[in-house]
Write a protein that binds this ligand. Structure first.
Ligand code: GLN
Length: 388
């Protein structure tokens, strides 16, 4: 049946943009309403990892890839225990799962996790609108009876304060420290979890994806995870050989109040430091640079990035709506990577120190694995200190 023939005669969900545009569709997952920023993700795989990536807190995700739901869901693919994205928008009704790994079906999973989905949407049109007007504020509603107060939904989208100035990392962070340990993980070929004599690494959890912690373990790190609000003293009390700053949601500048003093304290102790995404932005802020909101951000699994040191191009996974303003990088801080889409900053390093970070996602969950070398670079920096 061609897409246009799909009957959506009785809309059971609607997506209202702050500019008054309304998209009608078929609801799935939880019922109710949610208000958030709307972003599009262009990845062709990994909808479950995307929905459970804590960096998507406060955002509804529209998927440009049309076949969503086709591989079902499995707990192994959760990046955190519950979906963190506020809701999902898809072109079609999620299809029946067809995958030996599937333990469940997307729509039921979404219901059980209390998240709203809307299907039957012209996601191409919606994505063009996002590109033109910037990531809009939206209200997403699902009602099986199809009763919607459109004026009220548009008013809620308009009234929403937005992500600028919003610190969400502390909301999705762990509240207690813990040791990363996942015996059930099937390691990629060539990598095994090493423990016992591993490198003592403290990971600060601003909303860490599990696959980042797995990747750190796979290069020999014994990872202790600390809450986002940990102080430099909390970190140094564990006598770390390396400190990792995780990804996370919200506005980096708003997260700086507690993260920046901690990072500056660790920098003063000369410990190898590695950051990813929000962790990259937090390191940049701690070094004195500034971050800015992007128009519609970068969310996908095929973003080309140039490594300026080697001239090599990496195809990367990205998910960010803020960026480090490379014009504000202080002396002694080098830009190491740039986006080949728009030239925005994608990596920094402190001259002469094992301190570096990237805006993109070398853990590739979902996405390409070109940038895994960054985890090895971090482990190598720790190893070099041991042998000195
Ligand atoms: N994935 C992330 O860590 C996102 C960082 C930040 N919240 C942004 O949107 O830019």
């Amino acid at each position: 049946m061609p897409a246009s023939a799909k009957p959506t005669d009785k809309p059971t969900a609607c997506l209202a943009l702050a500019d008054g545009t309304v998209f009608y569709g078929k609801g799935f997952g939880a019922t109710g309403e949610t208000v958030a920023e709307l972003v599009f993700n262009t990845a062709m795989t990994g909808y479950q990892e995307i929905m459970t990536d804590p960096s998507y807190a406060g955002q509804v995700v529209t998927f440009t890839f049309p076949h969503i739901g086709n591989v079902g869901v499995t707990p192994e693919d959760d990046e955190t225990a519950t979906p963190v994205a506020a809701g999902m928008v898809v072109k079609w009704d999620p299809t029946e799962p067809s995958n030996w790994r599937a333990t469940g079906e997307l729509t039921q999973w979404l219901t059980s996790k209390g998240r709203i989905g809307i299907g039957g949407i012209d996601t191409r049109r919606l994505t063009r609108a996002i590109r033109q007007q910037g990531a809009p504020h939206v209200a997403l509603a699902h009602d099986p009876e199809g009763n919607f107060d459109l004026a009220a939904l548009v008013a809620k989208a308009r009234a929403w304060r937005g992500l600028v100035g919003l610190d969400l990392a502390k909301d999705v962070s762990c509240t207690q420290s813990y040791r990363w340990n996942e015996k059930t993980w099937a390691w990629p070929e060539g990598y095994t979890e090493r423990s016992g004599d591993g490198y003592r690494v403290v990971a600060i959890d601003y909303g860490a994806k599990r696959n980042i912690l797995r990747c750190l373990a796979s290069v020999g790190c014994d990872v202790t995870v600390l809450p986002a609000t940990a102080t430099a003293e909390d970190v140094m009390a564990l006598n770390p050989e390396g400190v990792f700053l995780s990804n996370g949601p919200g506005d980096p500048a708003a997260t700086g109040a507690y993260a920046v003093p901690m990072i500056q304290g660790v920098l003063a102790r000369d410990v190898p430091l590695f950051g990813i995404c929000l962790g990259h932005q937090m390191l940049a802020l701690a070094l004195g640079a500034k971050t800015v909101k992007m128009n519609h951000g970068h969310h996908g699994a095929n973003h080309p990035v140039k490594a300026l040191g080697t001239g090599k191009v990496e195809i990367t996974s990205m998910n960010h709506g803020f960026t480090v303003d490379s014009q504000t990088l202080p002396k002694g801080v080098r830009e190491t990577h740039v986006s080949l889409f728009d030239g925005s900053n994608c990596g920094i390093a402190v001259e002469g120190k094992p301190v570096f970070s990237v805006q993109y996602h070398p853990e590739a969950s979902p996405g390409p694995q070109d940038s895994f070398y960054l985890f090895e670079q971090f482990a190598e920096a720790i190893r070099a200190r041991r042998t000195v």
